[in-house]
Design a binder for this molecule. Structure first.
Ligand code: SAM
Ligand code: DTB
Ligand code: SF4
Length: 334
């Protein structure tokens, strides 16, 4: 099995497949580490500049009070996490924050709202924010929950580049984590986003107590979407007190995480793989291995939405020591 996978991939560095099966993903994952890394790095190099990492910045434009019951999330109204819910931010504050993020080295600005789905009048306000942030010369991304086809079309019209909507985990593990919306609901929203001509950002979380097989199942689900997501965020669960995932969470072995990133790179050769939440738990060496395995995007800034991220100086220092180019390490910071 291992040899069959090897032969197929070495012939097809340029091929984007959407018909992966789990046995293939498992065989890749089980390769000797050096073989897996070589394959992932070869594919990475034929599709990307291996010395570049994209830098994105996040802002929670509407925090907490969310009606969904996602068992990992600080913002769900189902759990007592001590988080204070807020109203949708004013456009002027959002633009000022985006400007600061751009000046601090971010190329993409992602605005997130703790909604099950946006109301049309709120969507209009978000559309205005998208157009204004684009006007600053940044790529835009929003994550607002489920969308109707009309809402996706409206965001597209406003000039939105990416919509983030995660599958979160494998089909088998999904209902142990979320019960208020189905995986199909999410896939439907992804289809509306795709149909509206917006690029898709879709990934999930590891470290919630899932098995390795669930992590691979999640990657195969992503890799078998009709078109691969252009961005694939891999989040390591960021600890939040008071949510159910606390009872099951288990941080993956670091080598297992590198293997997972490498498999993501091989399955989705042209997608940007983002090392998302949880980097503050990772050593510099582990992050370096993840970049070698094919991760090529990070979130910068001291906070994500409600949880911590590595400090900007630590990230700038790491990227510089790795000789990685990014806006963060190019001395373009104001
Ligand atoms: N409410 C919208 C939704 O769920 O689609 C957007 C915001 S939600 C915070 C975006 C994604 O962040 C979730 O789908 C999940 O994958 C990730 N996430 C949320 N809380 C997290 C945590 N504590 N650690 C890691 N990832 C998390
Ligand atoms: C994604 O996959 N990761 C980001 C972004 N999409 C919106 C969110 C991470 C959130 C981490 C938990 C928090 O800070 O609340
Ligand atoms: Fe709400 Fe999104 Fe958090 Fe789920 S992940 S509770 S939908 S904010």
């Amino acid at each position: 099995m291992v040899h069959a996978v090897k032969a197929k991939r070495s012939d097809s560095h340029e091929t984007v497949r959407t018909d992966w099966d789990r046995a293939e993903a498992e065989a890749l994952y089980a390769l000797p580490f050096a073989d897996l890394m070589f394959q992932a790095q070869s594919i990475h190099r034929s599709n990307f500049d291996p010395n570049h990492v994209e830098t994105a910045s996040l802002l929670s434009i509407k925090t907490g009070g969310c009606p969904e019951d996602c068992g990992y999330c600080s913002q769900s109204a189902h759990y007592d996490t001590g988080l204070k819910a807020t109203r949708l931010m004013d456009k002027a504050d959002v633009i000022a924050t985006a400007q600061r993020a751009r000046d601090a080295g971010a190329t993409r600005f992602c605005m997130a709202a703790a909604w099950r789905n946006p109301k049309d009048r709120d969507l209009e306000k978000v559309c205005e924010m998208v157009s204004a942030v684009k006007g600053l010369g940044m790529e835009t991304c929003v994550t607002l929950g489920m969308l109707t086809p009309d809402q996706a079309a409206r965001l597209s019209e406003a000039g939105l580049d990416f919509y983030n909507h995660n599958v979160d985990t494998s089909p088998e593990f999904y209902d142990k984590i979320i019960t208020t919306r189905t995986l199909k609901d999410r896939i439907d929203t992804l289809a509306h986003v795709r149909d509206a001509g917006i690029k898709v950002c879709c990934g999930g979380i590891v470290g919630m107590g899932e098995r390795v097989d669930d992590r691979l199942g999640m990657l195969v689900l992503l890799a078998n979407l009709p078109v691969h997501p252009e961005s694939v965020p891999i989040n390591l669960w960021n600890e939040v007190k008071g949510v159910p995932v606390n009872d099951t969470a288990e941080r993956p072995d670091p080598i297992a995480l590198v293997r997972l990133i490498a498999v993501a790179r091989i399955l989705m050769p042209k997608s940007v793989v983002r090392l998302s939440a949880g980097r503050q738990y990772m050593s510099d060496e582990l992050q370096a291995l993840c970049f070698l395995a094919g991760a090529n995007s990070i979130f910068i800034g001291d906070v994500l939405l409600t949880t911590q991220n590595p400090q900007r100086d630590r990230d700038a220092n790491l990227l510089e020591r790795l000789g990685v180019t990014s806006r963060l390490s190019q001395g373009q910071v104001a």
